[in-house]
Design a protein around this ligand. Structure first.
Ligand code: G6P
Length: 372
């Protein structure tokens, strides 16, 4: 009903707008009086957690992209190898799982059969499983050794949005908890990242407040038949997620690529007029990724691509090569997915709306896939 949608035109629009609160709520109550992380729902003792030598994230769809983002952060913070695997591929490939492996199962519903089967398979090999789940009392957390709930609130639209940003947030809390437990980071470093995370809801709100320009472009592009998405580092899974949203909501052929892979194949797809979203890493990053992505934009622009660029406020280097820039507030690179995904969600939803489609219940899809 209209009341349930809180005055928005769709659950999708409401859930996109709910994201600052979803992230804020997921961060609540995670620390003690000294500001150190506590994991209440972890039924795995700290001694066991200290022996972990590998993390495998299992998930499907958007939840898997949240895991892919988290891999960059957890490896950087904790120096533990993190693999990210689609749940349905994991159990059929004879994966190397031992009692020192921690499996992290990410699922909004907690009922996805492929993910549940991966959890069971991991436990049979003696691995411990931590679930990152949004739905209380669902099957995956019940069967897991520990659970870290995301507090996104009920997600009604079939395609996931606010659950995604909460999953990244929860996986980051888990990564920082590990860094604390294993002594990989100094206490104040962890506290600084937590403070930076707590600043993200306002930054997401800022992106939402700038949404009208994204919607305008989406309406202009309503007859587009193909869109490409490029990103690098944490921007790579965001490119994949941007493409997935567009397929799910607007039935448009869309593909995401790692920007560095462009010259190894995808650049052959570029012809005059091809729209390409590019997620540009912060120019304040320590490495040269920013300039490499700027070169990618030049390369595709020279071949006639229409470049739709997501860049950080103040990054004037992008403007000469961008047909359109969607600006996002400055934030640390690892936290940037929480803001860069938002214009892509708004774009897909508005394009779906412009095409007159059912944005909340796209054809052929189910909110929770409880069959294998
Ligand atoms: C379905 C939904 C997706 C979701 C995926 C995983 O395919 O349509 O939006 O990302 O399942 O669902 P889960 O509940 O496990 O996160």
């Amino acid at each position: 009903s209209a009341a349930e949608k809180g005055g928005f035109w769709s659950f999708m629009a409401k859930e996109i707008a709910d994201q600052p609160k979803a992230v804020a709520d997921t961060l609540l109550g995670r620390t003690n009086e000294s500001g150190d992380l506590i994991l209440d729902d972890a039924r795995i003792d700290e001694a066991t957690l200290r022996t972990i030598d590998k993390i495998i994230v299992v998930a499907c769809g958007t939840a898997a992209y949240a895991g892919h983002v988290a891999k960059y952060a957890i490896e950087h913070w904790c120096r533990i190898p993190v693999e990210i695997e689609l749940a349905h591929e994991f159990r059929y490939r004879d994966p190397i799982v031992t009692p020192r492996t921690l499996v992290v199962a990410i699922s909004q519903s907690g009922e996805t059969m492929d993910t549940l089967m991966a959890v069971r398979h991991a436990q049979e090999q003696g691995a411990k499983v931590i679930a990152i789940v949004n739905t209380h009392g669902s099957t995956i957390p019940r069967e897991s050794d520990a659970v870290l709930y995301t507090h996104a609130g009920p997600e009604v639209a079939v395609a996931s949005t606010k659950a995604f940003v909460s999953q990244i947030t929860a996986a980051y809390i888990l990564g920082l908890y590990f860094a604390q437990l294993r002594g990989n980071m100094f206490r104040d470093e962890i506290h600084t990242v937590l403070d930076e995370l707590r600043a993200m809801p306002d930054k997401i709100q800022e992106v939402l407040d700038r949404g009208e320009r994204v919607r305008e472009i989406a309406r202009w592009m309503a007859d587009t038949s193909s869109v490409l998405f490029l990103g690098r580092h944490v921007g790579f899974p965001i490119a994949l997620e941007g493409a997935l949203k567009l397929k799910e909501l607007a039935y448009i052929h869309a593909e995401g690529f790692a920007a560095g892979e462009l010259k190894h194949g995808p650049i052959a797809l570029i012809e005059p007029g091809q729209p390409v979203f590019v997620i540009v890493p912060s120019p304040r990053g320590r490495d040269s990724l920013h300039s490499k992505v700027i070169s990618n934009i030049q390369e595709i622009r020279a071949r006639g691509a229409r470049t739709l660029v997501i860049a950080e406020d103040g990054d004037e280097a992008v403007t000469p090569f961008a047909d359109e820039v969607f600006w996002v507030p400055q934030c640390p690179t690892l936290l940037s997915p929480l803001v860069t995904v938002v214009p892509l969600q708004i774009f897909a939803a508005e394009l779906s709306r412009a095409k007159g489609l059912d944005v909340d219940q796209p054809r052929n899809l189910a909110k929770s896939v409880t069959v294998e």
